[in-house]
Design a protein around this ligand. Structure first.
Ligand code: GDP
Ligand code: GDP
Ligand code: MG
Length: 401
């Protein structure tokens, strides 16, 4: 008897539980559906132009509740999008200041040797011989070069000997001013784009070792000049590989300027000449000539570069010879720089891949050795990743300011 009674109680409880669960599921389902219908109208109108409603129509109409039209979705199938014609992007390039802001963030990271050397010095409790030795060693690994390293160390030792780094703000101010002296804010870093003869274009010749970023730099520079309202023609004097002219022409299309090119293996001097001749005929403001990357160790190729320049000059004066150096190549980059400078009169340095360099000192060393300013820096592979070199911004970046 007792067991029977217990059995029915259990059955009763289970039955009750099933009924309760059923009720909960039903209520929940209804709530879900309600929620869905509530959300629908919020989503739909964003896809349809809202009807223009005259202000009087917005007045409440008597007691009648405003009829909220809950249009069912017109169709689950979206209309086919129109085929999009991709116009070459001719939008405004990013402002140089915000380009620098990006570089500053990258420069001040702890893996930048120059930044690290200065940071270590600032955080030292006492400036003893060991600290100065470490400082010098780290500066050397930053590609600053021996001369500038000694100068900086000596100047700082003199300045900081008395109060050490007891006052970090003062110590930082000393570092900032000594570093700025080395970078030399007095150098003229503007591109000279004033034609030697009225009516001629300004000619910019871009040279350097393979893979340093010449073609990319030509493209980015053309973009900046076009945005400044200048007319530009590109010359694909890298005739060594067919892909090189293709790469430049692609940049030209992107930026909206013409590219003069020839077949693979054509005489680069001849293509350069033709590009400048076209620039003269069309009356453009600037002709930028891209050249083949050449190993500074191959004298034949280096001679050819001299010839390219001489042949261009039959048509118009060359305003700028920009040597493109990859900042990540360190001392090898320095060797290249010296040899190029012997063959052509380099007027400016473009230091590319500063975004990927863990050094930074090369800016100072290369200017020092060549007596030529770093005019532009490459900050990445994007179209806006080229900026005029800004000494103050560079130093602030290194000091993590
Ligand atoms: P070229 O052989 O000297 O003409 O070099 P390219 O212009 O073809 O560039 C070689 C490679 O370097 C390409 O992948 C570029 O995108 C890349 N590059 C060029 N400039 C920069 C830069 O400033 N930063 C980075 N990270 N990559 C760059
Ligand atoms: P060289 O080879 O050292 O004697 O130098 P040149 O002055 O003869 O020029 C070498 C190359 O540059 C020639 O093969 C031409 O392709 C090109 N070049 C030189 N002058 C001109 C010119 O007036 N017009 C064109 N289109 N190409 C030229
Ligand atoms: Mg190239």
């Amino acid at each position: 008897m007792r067991v029977d009674w217990f059995f029915w109680v259990i059955i009763g409880i289970i039955g009750l539980a099933i009924i309760v669960a059923g009720v909960i599921i039903t209520i929940d389902g209804r709530r879900q559906r309600e929620l869905q219908t509530e959300q629908k109208p919020e989503i739909e109108p964003t896809e349809v132009e809202p009807p223009v409603v005259a202000p009087e129509e917005l007045q409440p109409a008597g007691d009648e509740p405003a009829a909220v039209e809950v249009e069912p979705a017109p169709s689950a199938v979206e209309p086919e999008p129109e085929p999009v014609v991709v116009e070459p992007e001719l939008d405004q390039p990013e402002a140089p200041t915000s380009r620098w802001a990006r570089l500053r963030r990258r420069l001040s990271t702890s893996n930048n040797a120059l930044a690290r050397a200065l940071g270590d010095l600032l955080s030292a409790d006492k400036l003893d011989e060991d600290v100065w030795d470490d400082f010098e060693t780290t500066l050397i690994t930053s590609d600053l070069g021996v001369g500038p390293t000694m100068e900086l160390t000596e100047a700082l030792r003199k300045e900081l000997a008395i109060d050490g780094v007891a006052d970090p703000e003062r110590a930082k101010a000393v570092l900032r001013s000594e570093l700025l002296k080395l970078v030399d804010p007095t150098l003229d870093r503007s591109l000279n784009l004033t034609p030697a003869k009225d009516g001629d274009p300004a000619v910019v010749l871009v040279v350097g070792v393979n893979g340093t970023g010449k073609t990319t730099t030509v493209g980015k520079l053309a973009r900046v000049l076009v945005a400044e309202g200048k007319t530009v023609t590109l010359g694909a004097a890298d005739t060594f590989r067919a892909a090189a002219a293709e790469q430049l022409a692609t940049w030209g299309e992107r930026v909206g300027v013409e590219t003069v090119r020839s077949h693979e293996g054509a005489d680069p001097a001849s293509v350069a000449f033709d590009a400048v001749a076209k620039g003269v005929d069309d009356g453009v403001d600037v002709v930028i000539v891209d050249t083949a990357g050449r190993l500074h160790t191959k004298t034949g190729l280096m001679d050819e570069l001299g010839k390219v320049k001489r042949v261009i000059e039959k048509k118009a004066a060359v305003n700028e010879v920009l040597l493109v150096l990859d900042a990540t190549t360190g001392q090898n980059g320095m060797t290249q720089a010296r040899i190029f400078a012997e063959v052509v009169d380099v007027t400016g340095i473009v230091l590319t891949k500063l975004d990927g360099s863990a050094k930074g000192g090369i800016v100072i060393q290369v200017q020092r050795e060549l007596g030529v300013p770093v005019k532009l820096v490459g900050l990445g592979e994007g179209v806006d990743d080229l900026a005029p070199f800004d000494p103050e911004g560079f130093v602030q970046g290194i000091l993590g300011e």
